[in-house]
Design a binder for this molecule. Structure first.
Ligand SMILES: Cc1ncc(COP(=O)(O)O)c(C=O)c1O
Length: 424
């Protein structure tokens, strides 16, 4: 995995304390290795952009410049252009959320919304609640504002609302600044919050007077099962984050935040300080792209491709992975979460996997406190089905090597106690 160069940093005593806990993204760190041509990458969350017809994007871009060039190349409003906000209003209407253009702000991807929300809500030491594991980009964005992160475990129905209830009781009314959740095909766990749990979560949030942030990049990438209403459709106090990254292209860096007006006003101030306004060029291009109904076929095609890849991955896991492994089977999105006995440290075997030409993200990247080393996130979004099967086969070999020791301990009845406790 290439040797990392250690660079002496003579400014190390000048940085703000808030940067001390910001960890580099494991996915970004793997980026160089993951893009090697022989590598089978399960580490990223990169959409299958090769299926977005470049001609449609060229005509959207050309039309943006030809018809609205002076606007596209100028500074724009901080809220975002009216037309792109109308596109979002229409998209949200299709999934059961009724909003007006003034209820939302266009952002530089959902990632910017995560950062700015943390900026407007968090003081050092504040408590926030997330699923455990959770999206590492959110942890990265939040950690700069030095919160205390309480992770709520999940099961097959999503966040465990019984555990949430107990935590909220312990923390008391307004005891957390917000609850952050990814209800659909969660990143990284792949599970979906059931309709009943959605209700329970919202009831608890109301009872304890805590804002809910719903991050929903994958909701439209459903392979099977019924559509679940977004939390925002059930409660208009919910802060909803959406993105064009998975339904169009992440290269445009376009997302949106829907929030109650007072929160949106604060958000806008933070956004102005961050970047004055989003890219008018990207927004104009997206407006044109979504004005042509062909985007629906592209999205269908993408979803079908992801479903095939999910199938390939799950079948290969059943065929090749050791009996000690368990994994989730997502109904949509990009990710499968694999759990191994706690004895196995999947971070320490990553280098070996990379050597054999396959990458994944070790589970501890998705916790704020080093938990999850016996887990891994496997992204099935980017590799073709044959490559997925081969990658899983290679990964199984690496795991089998390590399991020799584990099995010897198990046979001798000498497994560490935590194993029995944490397997679940
Ligand atoms: C759960 C989650 N939230 C937010 C993002 C950021 O997306 P964007 O490209 O819109 O910044 C991602 C990207 O993968 C994600 O998985």
């Amino acid at each position: 995995m290439g040797t990392a160069r250690v660079v002496f940093d003579r400014w190390s005593d000048r940085y703000a304390q808030r940067m001390a806990d910001v960890r580099s993204s494991a996915v970004r760190d793997l980026f160089a290795a993951a893009t090697r041509p022989d590598m089978i990458s399960f580490s990223g969350g990169m959409p299958e952009i090769r299926r977005v017809p470049i001609d449609s994007v060229i005509s959207a871009t050309t039309s943006a410049l030809r018809d609205s060039g002076t606007e596209a190349l100028q500074y724009g409003s901080s809220e975002g252009r009216p037309k792109i906000r109308q596109v979002v209003v229409d998209l949200m209407g299709e999934i059961g959320v009724r909003v007006k253009p003034d209820d939302l702000v266009i952002t530089a991807g959902a990632q910017q919304a995560l950062d700015l929300i943390a900026k407007i809500f968090l003081d050092p030491g504040d408590t926030i609640i997330t699923e455990g594991p959770t999206y590492l980009g959110a942890l990265q964005a939040f950690s700069a504002y030095q919160p205390n992160v309480v992770c709520i475990p999940m099961d097959a129905e999503g966040m465990r609302t019984d555990v949430l209830a107990a935590e909220l009781k312990r923390l008391g009314p307004r005891g957390a600044k917000f609850i952050y959740t990814i209800p659909n095909f969660q990143n990284p766990a792949g599970v979906t919050l059931t309709p009943q749990r959605r209700r329970e979560l919202l009831d608890l949030a109301r009872e304890y007077d805590i804002p809910v942030i719903e991050d929903d990049p994958y909701g439209r990438l459903r392979f099977e099962g019924g559509h679940c209403l977004p939390l925002r459709a059930l409660d208009d106090e919910v802060i909803y984050l959406g993105t064009f990254s998975k339904i169009f292209a992440p290269g445009l860096r376009l997302g949106w935040v829907i929030a109650p007006r007072p929160i949106l006003a604060k958000f806008l101030l933070a956004k102005q300080a961050a970047d004055l306004c989003g890219s008018a060029f990207a927004q104009t291009t997206a407006e044109r792209y979504f004005a042509d109904t062909r985007w629906r076929r592209v999205l269908q095609d993408l979803t079908r491709a992801y479903a095939e890849r999910r199938d390939a991955m799950v079948e290969a896991l059943s065929e090749h992975f050791p009996a000690e492994a368990s994994w989730t089977v997502p109904e949509g999105g990009f990710f499968v979460w694999v759990q191994m006995p706690t004895f196995l440290d999947l971070k320490s075997i990553l280098a070996e996997a990379v050597e054999r030409g396959v990458t994944y993200v070790p589970g501890d990247a998705f916790y704020p406190d080093g938990r999850g080393r016996n887990c891994m996130r496997l992204g099935f979004c980017y590799a073709e089905p044959d490559a997925i099967r081969e990658g899983i086969r290679r990964l199984a070999e690496v795991l089998e090597d390590r399991l020799i020791l584990y099995r010897a301990f198990a046979a001798a009845g000498a497994l560490p106690a935590t194993d029995a406790d944490e397997r679940g």
